[in-house]
Design a protein around this ligand. Sequence first.
Ligand SMILES: [Fe+2]
Ligand SMILES: [Fe+2]
Length: 275
Amino acid sequence: MSESAEARRPSSRVLPHELPASLRDAGLANWIREPLDDAVDRRRRIIMPPAAAVLGTPASACQSALLAEARHPDTVFMMGDNPALPKLPPRPALKDFFLLRFRARARSHLLQSARVARENGLDEKVIMACLLHDIAIAGLLSANHGYWGAQMVAPYVDQEVSWAIEKHEALRYFADDSVGYTYPDAYIEYFGPDYDPPDYIRREYQAARQHRWYMTSRLITVNDIYSFDPDAVVDFDEFEDVVGRNFRQPEEGLGFDGSPVAHMWRTMIWPNNFL
Ligand SMILES: [Fe+2]
Ligand SMILES: [Fe+2]
C-alpha cells in the first residue's frame, strides 16, 4: 500500500473506548460518537443532548459525566458537520431540509397533507401551509410545534400562511362541523380519551375562531391526515411550483440570511453543536 493510500485508509480499526459503567447504564453511548470509518481526525465526538430533549429523563443527570468524558485527550464536543448526517449545500433551500434533514415519517406526512389539499382544489396558500405545518416536528422540536414552525417560516411566506401554521396547533383539538372536522382519533390514542387541553390552548382556539384567517388554519387541520400511507412516495418536486410562488427562498441560504429566525435553520443544519 502506498503512503498516500495508507493515509486514506478507513479508520475502522479504531476501537471504541470502554465507557464507564455510569455512562453505559444511562444509555449515554448514544451520545458518544467513536471515530469509525468516516473519522477525519480520529477524535471521538461527544454530543451533549439539549436540555429540551432530556429534562425529566434520567439522561438529564448525565451532563457532568459527558463533560468529564469530553476531557479525554482524543475527545471533543461535536461542532459543525456530524458525519452521521448528510451534508447540506452551503446555501441550503427548503427542499434540502425536506430531503436531508426532516425525519422520514414527518416528511411523508407533510407531503401527503399538501397533496390532499391540492387534490381538494384548495388555494395555494393552504397547500403551502399544509406542506409546512409540522416542519418543527420534522426537524427541530415537537412541543409547541405550531408556534416554532410559524416563526421558522414567517420571513419567507405570506403572513396568512404563518398565522395558519401557528393556530393549527390549537384548532386540532376542537371540532368544526361546518367542514366535517372531528377530534382526531390519533389524539385519543396519543393522549388518552380523557385528555383536556390546557386553558391557553382553549383561549387560542376561541381567538382564532374570530379571526379573518380562521378558515385557512382550519383547512390545515382538515388536511392534517393521520391515516396517511406510510409507504406512499410523494416527491417534493410535485410542489416546486407552489413553493416557488409562495416561499421566498433567501439568496444566502436558509440559516445564513441574517433574519431573526436564521438560527433555527442553522440548528437543523448542525443539530448536535455543543454551543
Ligand atoms: Fe401539527
Ligand atoms: Fe400534521
